[in-house]
Ligand binder design. Structure first.
Ligand code: HEC
Ligand code: HEC
Length: 314
């Protein structure tokens, strides 16, 4: 009830509520025939139907009137205890947000023993524990699969957490930071300094880095421009930069796609990609278990370009 833009509306609401109850009490008082019904004389309205059916003006039963008055008193009592009178909090200082907090605390206390066993383990140990594996998988399916896919292999703009080089790294502490605080990968739009033709040449060079079909002549110019405009973030060899989240361009895992048009789009328009922080939704215990599950998928190893190249060479 503290959301009123100024004090006036709090008083206004309180006035309307109290005036409503006062009106109800006045209404029953103004109709107080039951007091008179003691006399035993019942008024006749004078309406007659079907020859002899007379409409009398009997007062409502006393129990009904009592109930009505009790309801009004109940309403007043409620407004003393609970918030209802504008900005007045009520003497119990009840809020539904507080109730949710209490429920959450009760739930946390209930699940705490389940997680207590993992508190002293490090991420690789948790990853090896069968019970933790099941909990971690469940947490992943409920909280992460909508973006990263139920096999954690991602899709366009949502990174593959299993294969290829990771954008930020797969060491336990990096995973914990990524999941807890989220990530925001930003590649600036370069349309102001690079024209579409040059971007196409750079894209050809980028394709050549991972062994995709490319134009031998255009990559010469493309490489020169790449060194000027891209190497600072993606590295001279195109292996990326985990501190910036700049992807490795030499492997065969693509966040957006490997076609010339898609790469040109990334260059000209930039990219802005966000992984939401999970610290509001998950407890730190839960984050450790889901991090361990993700870590276990690749055993924390980034499939380096060397592995990819050697695999392809065979
Ligand atoms: C709303 C969609 C969304 C949800 C939900 C989500 N993620 Fe992400 N996640 C992303 C995006 C998008 C990125 C890439 C961020 C970037 O480009 O900087 C990302 C990045 C990551 C990375 C870094 C990948 C890398 O290559 O280094 C990890 C690890 C990760 N997420 C794990 C998780 C886990 C575990 C959960 C569940 C607790 C989760 N994510 C929930 C969208 C999501
Ligand atoms: C300021 C650093 C920065 C610069 C400069 C930069 N990039 Fe990026 N680039 C990034 C980041 C960060 C991402 C990841 C964006 C995301 O999280 O979605 C990215 C993503 C990409 C992708 C998408 C990769 C995929 O897997 O789909 C391509 C392709 C790319 N950059 C190419 C280039 C090229 C070519 C240039 C030079 C013209 C360039 N970048 C310049 C930081 C940079």
């Amino acid at each position: 009830m503290s959301d009123f833009i100024n004090g006036f509306w709090g008083y206004y609401v309180a006035f309307v509520v109290l005036a409503g109850i006062a009106w109800c009490l006045w209404l029953i008082f103004s109709q107080r025939k039951w007091l008179k019904s003691q006399s035993g004389i019942v008024q006749d309205t004078g309406h007659v139907w079907d020859g002899d059916l007379r409409e009398m003006n009997n007062p409502v039963p006393r129990w009904w009137t009592m109930m009505y008055i009790m309801m009004c008193l109940f309403g007043l009592g409620y407004l003393v205890l609970y918030p209802g009178l504008g900005a007045f909090q009520g003497s119990l200082a009840y809020t539904s947000a507080q109730e949710v907090k209490q429920d959450q605390a009760a739930l946390d206390a209930m699940v705490k023993p389940t997680y207590a066993r993992f508190a002293k383990m490090d991420i690789p140990q948790i990853a090896a524990d069968p019970e933790a594996h099941l909990i971690g998988e469940r947490l992943f399916l409920n909280n992460c699969a909508q973006c990263h896919g139920s096999d954690a292999k991602g899709s366009t703009s949502f990174p593959n957490l299993v294969e290829g080089d990771s954008m930020y790294g797969r060491q336990p502490e990096v995973l914990l930071a990524t999941i807890t605080q989220g990530r925001n990968g930003v590649m600036p739009a370069l349309a102001a300094v690079i024209d579409a033709g040059t971007a196409g040449d750079i894209a050809q060079y980028v394709r050549s880095l991972s062994g995709l079909a490319h134009d031998q002549i255009r990559i010469v110019r493309g490489k020169r421009e790449y060194m000027n405009a891209c190497a600072a973030c993606h590295g001279a060899e195109g292996k990326g930069n985990k501190a910036l989240g700049a992807p490795n361009l030499t492997d065969d895992v693509w966040l957006y796609g490997s076609s010339e048009a898609t790469i040109v789009h990334s260059i000209l328009n930039g990219r802005n990609n966000r992984m939401p922080a999970q610290e509001q939704t998950l407890t730190s215990d839960q984050i450790r278990l889901v991090a361990a599950w993700v870590w276990g998928l690749s055993k924390g190893v980034d499939v380096t370009s060397a592995t990819v190249t050697s695999a392809r060479a065979k």
